[in-house]
Design a protein around this ligand. Structure first.
Ligand SMILES: Nc1nc2c(ncn2[C@@H]2O[C@H](COP(=O)(O)OP(=O)(O)O)[C@@H](O)[C@H]2O)c(=O)[nH]1
Ligand SMILES: [Mg+2]
Length: 358
């Protein structure tokens, strides 16, 4: 999962990036190259399973953060272009007050900045639609395929909505419609998070009521964090963190909360595989059948899938590994079984039949 942080210069992107990447990323302070970090997705269940199975290694799911350098008016087009390759867009917005940090718009006004970026993204998508409608029109005149007509209709539908400030992600598009516009990588179609970067003395709950419309009307997520504090705590050793968290009244670090929000936004869940060699988390989309989940591990497992031995994390934690069987908690499931969050799978498969089907 690729997560891209963007926003105005000095809104705190690099600070938030550093907080979310566990304080371990090498920060490039220059203004041109983006910062990149592949972070482990924290999952206390995986830690618990590691204690139980004592494997040679534990493999966490990963999340890739990119901190895109500040948005400059002049090169906005190529800036938007860079953002099209990510899975989740995170708009970092400054709420913190500080005389030491200059704001490009001279004053701190998070609502203004949110509205401006939201409309910039809409304009960027509208520009793509215009270009492509022209192109489709020319191809249609040249007598090319009828399916172009369908794409054209979808683009027109998107345009109408965008003109009314409705982002594409808020539309109820059918699978066919989604397929037709997939190539355009629309920015307002991507899962979207507004990350409000709060000062040490500010509370998210004071800001939330006015920003709730981002969730209800704009189908995005609003996430508050005190970027600077979070960064400083993330840079500490895990053992030292606890004391500070308690002192500051922070229940959980933003890096854990944030990942969960992204999983929720993308409709992701995790299943696990366990054994002496490896205990591992596998992120998949909700409602994935067992055979496709097996495919996340290896394509042979999907092709040669016979059945899955399934038990649940909660059961192994409450009963221990040895009692699972006698309590009837280990089930055999077929390829259509819908995997749920916290399932632990052992896939039975047949390589030779997998090869035949190739
Ligand atoms: N007081 C305060 N300062 C912050 C906060 N977040 C960032 N800053 C400061 O704002 C400046 C710009 O932050 P930076 O993360 O580099 O912004 P970027 O340009 O968006 O990457 C730095 O001096 C940060 O220390 C915050 O939450 N509170
Ligand atoms: Mg920066």
């Amino acid at each position: 999962m690729k997560v891209g942080l963007f926003g105005l210069p000095s809104s705190g992107k690099t600070t938030v990036f550093s907080a979310l990447s566990d304080g371990k990323a090498n920060i490039n302070e220059g203004h041109n190259a983006p910062n990149l970090y592949v972070a482990k997705v924290p999952d206390p269940r995986l830690d618990e399973l590691t204690k139980m199975y004592n494997p040679k290694k534990t493999v966490y799911a990963t999340i890739e953060y990119t901190d895109f350098p500040g948005l400059q008016e002049k090169s906005a087009n190529s800036y938007w272009g860079n953002l099209r390759s990510v899975d989740v867009l995170v708009h970092v917005v400054r709420a913190f007050e500080s005389d030491m940090v200059h704001h490009v718009n001279e004053s701190v006004d998070h609502k203004r900045d949110i509205e401006k970026i939201d409309s910039d993204l809409i304009i960027a998508d509208l520009a793509i639609i215009e270009t492509n409608l022209d192109r489709l029109e020319r191809n249609l005149k040249a007598g090319k395929k009828n399916e172009l007509l369908f794409t054209k209709d979808v683009l027109i539908k998107c345009r109408e909505n965008l003109e009314n400030e409705i982002p594409i992600r808020a539309l109820d598009l059918t699978t066919e419609e989604l397929d037709a516009i997939q190539v355009y990588q629309f920015l307002t179609q991507k899962p979207f998070v507004t990350a409000l970067n709060l000062g040490d003395d500010q509370n998210f709950s004071d800001f939330y009521p006015d920003l709730k419309y981002l969730e209800t009307e704009r189908k995005s997520l609003i996430f508050g964090l005190q970027g600077k504090i979070e960064m400083e705590i993330a840079q500490l050793e895990p053992e030292e963190r606890e004391i500070f968290l308690e002192d500051l009244g922070i229940e959980e670090l933003a890096l854990g909360r944030f990942v969960r929000s992204c999983f929720q936004l993308l409709g992701l869940i995790s299943f696990f595989t366990v054994g002496e060699d490896e205990v591992r988390a596998w992120p998949i989309r909700k409602d994935t059948p067992a055979s496709r989940a097996a495919g996340a591990i290896h394509s042979d497992l999907e092709r040669g899938f016979i059945r899955a031995e399934v038990f649940h994390y909660e059961d192994v934690v409450s009963l221990g590994t040895s009692k699972l069987k006698e309590e009837g908690k280990i089930r055999l499931e077929g390829k259509d079984y819908v995997v749920i969050d916290g399932d632990i799978l052992n896939i039975r498969f047949n390589v030779s039949s997998a090869k035949k089907k190739k």
